[in-house]
Design a protein around this ligand. Structure first.
Ligand code: FES
Length: 157
C-alpha cells in the first residue's frame, strides 16, 4: 500500500517524518539505528546536536553505527570501522588529507571530496525524535548501499 504517495512518482518522493525513539534514550546511548521508510539510518547525538545519515558507508557499505566520532580539521566526523574513511556528521562530506608533492615541508591539509553520505533531517518534538529522509535530487554515493540488494535489513512487506 502506498501510504505516502511516494510510489506514484519515484523522482519526487516526499517523505513523512518517522518516529525513531525518545530523546532521553539517545542522550544516554549517543546513537541509535532505525529503519525509516525502508531505509536504514543511524542517528548520532554528539555535543548537543543530532545528526542522521545512511547507516552504510558510501565506500563499501561499512557499518557506520559502529564507528568512532573524532574531530578532523575542527569538524566532527564518523570514522568508518572498516577502512577508516572520515565522514562529516553535519554534511556527509568525505574528508581526506592531501599534500603538495612539490613542497615536501608542507603539512597535509584536510580536503573535502564533496557530499558522499546522504544526510537526513532530525527533529525533536516533546521528547520524541523523528527522522525525515532527504529527498535532495542528487545522486549520493551512499544511495548504492541504502537501496536494492545491499540493504542490511529487509522490511517484511
Ligand atoms: Fe567505510 Fe570502507 S566501507 S571506509
Amino acid at each position: 500500500m502506498d501510504l505516502d504517495g511516494s510510489e506514484q512518482d519515484p523522482e519526487m518522493k516526499e517523505y513523512s517524518s518517522v518516529y525513531v525513539g525518545r530523546e532521553e534514550d539517545i542522550k544516554k546511548s549517543e546513537r541509535m539505528t532505525a529503519v525509516v521508510h525502508d531505509r536504514e539510518v543511524v542517528i548520532f547525538y554528539h555535543k548537543g546536536e543530532y545528526h542522521a545519515m545512511d547507516i552504510r558507508c558510501y565506500h563499501s557499505g561499512g557499518p557506520l553505527h559502529l564507528g568512532d566520532i573524532e574531530d578532523f580539521d575542527g569538524r566532527p566526523c564518523i570514522v568508518c570501522p572498516w577502512h577508516k574513511y572520515k565522514i562529516t556528521l553535519a554534511t556527509g562530506e568525505g574528508l581526506y588529507q592531501s599534500i603538495n608533492p612539490r613542497d615536501p615541508s608542507a603539512k597535509p591539509e584536510w580536503c573535502s571530496k564533496g557530499v558522499k553520505q546522504r544526510i537526513h533531517t532530525v527533529t525533536v518534538d516533546n521528547g520524541n525524535i523523528y527522522v525525515t529522509l532527504s529527498n535532495e535530487p542528487f545522486k549520493c554515493d551512499s544511495d548504492f548501499y541504502a537501496t536494492g540488494d545491499f540493504k542490511v535489513i529487509r522490511s517484511s512487506f
